[in-house]
Write a new protein. Structure first.
Length: 203
């Protein structure tokens, strides 16, 4: 069982989406992840929202002209995503065994919302390898997650940056840049990191 399933029991996708709707209505910017993606992939690029939840990131990127798909294991979350973006392919899949045979490779994969710390124990390397396998040569994987209890919905961190970088290295990905937030501020060991790793180009 993923750690997300453990902490989300009783919480519906509509409740989760409502929280972000309220934030947006108050004037908060709830699209930082999507806006950062635009700095690493041109309009029209193929983007996979991995651990997409209610589809917030993919929906915004689709509005901006990107060719998006989303994948998540939570059917309640995906029900919201499908209702809000029926034109986008949404897949109910476990990232630890993910294949998308009907999809062409992606230029960029984004995993926001503490996807990596909330994976089932021991599955991180397989998840990253599966995502890397879905990228085009020189494609990017962008992830953001908390590194301490203050930035996580669980009591203790389950992966640190050296550990995550090791997963990426094993999957053929190289660290290109590390930021401290989705708004692009520099990483300063503030308890949250956004990491951009890139697959090697073909020779």
């Amino acid at each position: 069982m993923t750690r997300w399933k453990e902490i989300s029991r009783g919480r519906s996708g509509s409740e989760y989406a409502a929280r972000f709707d309220q934030l947006a209505a108050s004037g908060a910017d709830v699209h930082g992840e999507a806006h950062l993606v635009t700095a690493f992939a041109p309009t029209g690029a193929r983007v996979l929202d991995a651990g997409c939840g209610t589809g917030r990131v993919a929906l915004r990127l689709a509005e901006l002209g990107y060719d998006c798909a989303g994948v998540d294991l939570d059917p309640s979350m995906l029900a919201v995503a499908r209702s809000r973006g029926p034109e986008i392919p949404w897949y109910e899949r476990d990232l630890a065994s993910l294949t998308l045979p009907d999809e062409a490779p992606f230029d960029l994969i984004v995993a926001a919302g503490n996807v990596m710390p909330l994976l089932a124990e021991g599955t991180g390397p397989a998840v990253v390898a599966n995502l890397a396998a879905l990228l085009v040569p020189a494609g990017a994987l962008i992830t953001g997650f908390g590194l301490d209890a203050a930035h996580l919905p669980i009591p203790e961190p389950t992966v640190d940056l050296p550990g995550y970088d090791a997963w990426c290295t094993a999957g053929g990905l190289t660290l290109e840049q590390r930021l401290g937030a989705w708004d692009g501020q520099p990483y300063d060991e503030n308890g949250y990191a956004v990491s951009i790793h890139r697959l090697a180009p073909k020779d």
